[in-house]
Design a binder for this molecule. Structure first.
Ligand code: FUB
Length: 327
């Protein structure tokens, strides 16, 4: 049985969980960490993933099933290396996996693969999405059926190299006092194979309506976006990277602007923190990963979940991941 805040599976290392409810079950689209002895660096070279697995649970607490490898990099003709955090979306009767990988030139791109079944296997399109770049796509379908893809990650994820709109190999994070690099968002085409709109920056503002600054590392966006809707409001949540929080901002429109609200989760064991949020049978859950099972090895992560609680005013209670008095 899967228990709250315990590793869902331990026969492989899994990370970057994107959870969805399909046909009344919970499906988790995750990265598959491959153990190796290479060193960690700021380019994320330690995250050497080459395939995806789908996990599922019939209900919260049920046994977590690994559906095995659902896509391997050898079957993605445009990809060269490093298949990082994926997401999925169900549209037009098909299940679409949206995933990042480095192309043959070493630049991260976003690709699409599809299947008739939520647990795959998935067949990749021949080319990456034209105009795509960076990592961590999160696909959100709004009530009108439009699919928005939020994406972008600093450092290894290369987002700071696209500030001018085109790839600049010398691109650096902005200095103190300058506006932070913001996540990107594009609307997907009806057939889910291309961007229907150019990717645009999604603004995250402070309490005074000013864009968060690059030096505000406790609050600014780093990677791992997720979008969900609660009581008609849009909640953009993300990792702050260097400060290891899962933070969130809310807004009235899926393209923003969003106003910073607070932290959803304090740091976990391990450098990265990556999450997703779902509603299942009237309760809300956060799926995340940490490195507790591997004893703190950054690229040997396992996926977990915990319940998430809203306050009356729509703010989210901060989760302290190892405080057993809170769950
Ligand atoms: O898993 C590789 C990278 O680590 C992801 O793309 C980031 O979000 C972080 O979790």
């Amino acid at each position: 049985m899967s228990k709250e805040r315990e590793s869902l599976v331990t026969h492989i290392y899994t990370a970057d969980p994107s959870a969805h409810v399909y046909d009344g079950k919970i499906y988790i689209y995750s990265s598959h960490d491959l153990p190796h002895d290479g060193e960690d660096n700021d380019n994320g070279d330690e995250y050497q993933m080459r395939d995806y697995h789908v996990l599922s649970m019939d209900s919260i607490g049920a046994e977590c099933i690994d559906h095995g490898e659902v896509l391997n990099i050898k079957d993605v003709s445009w990809a060269g290396d490093q298949m990082w955090a994926p997401d999925a979306v169900h549209k037009n009767g098909r299940y679409y996996l949206v995933f990042p990988a480095r192309d043959k030139e070493g630049n991260f791109r976003l690709g699409i693969a599809s299947s008739d079944h939520p647990a795959g296997p998935f067949t990749a399109e021949k080319n990456y999405i034209a105009g795509s770049f960076s990592i961590d796509p999160a696909a959100f379908m709004d009530d009108d059926g439009k699919v928005y893809v939020y994406f972008g990650g600093l450092w290894g994820g290369q987002l700071e190299k696209y500030q001018s709109g085109a790839f600049d190999p010398e691109g650096k994070e902005p200095g103190a006092g300058e506006t932070a690099v913001m996540p990107r968002c594009a609307v997907m085409s009806e057939d889910m194979l291309s961007f229907a709109t150019e990717p645009t920056s999604v603004e995250i503002l402070d309490e005074n309506g000013r864009p968060l600054l690059a030096s505000d590392e406790e609050r600014r966006y780093f990677e791992g976006p997720w979008m969900h809707k609660y009581k008609g409001k849009y909640y953009l949540s993300y990792s702050t990277g260097t400060t290891h929080y899962i933070a969130y901002a809310t807004g009235e429109n899926p393209m923003g602007p969003f106003t910073y609200q607070g932290r959803i989760m304090e740091p976990v064991i391990g450098w990265t923190t990556h999450h997703s949020i779902i509603e299942f049978e009237g309760k809300w859950y956060l799926f995340y990963h940490d490195c507790e099972f591997s004893g703190g090895i950054n690229h040997r992560r396992t996926v977990k979940f915990t319940e998430l609680h809203y306050n009356e005013d729509g703010t989210i209670e901060t989760i302290h991941p190892y405080d057993k008095t809170t769950y």
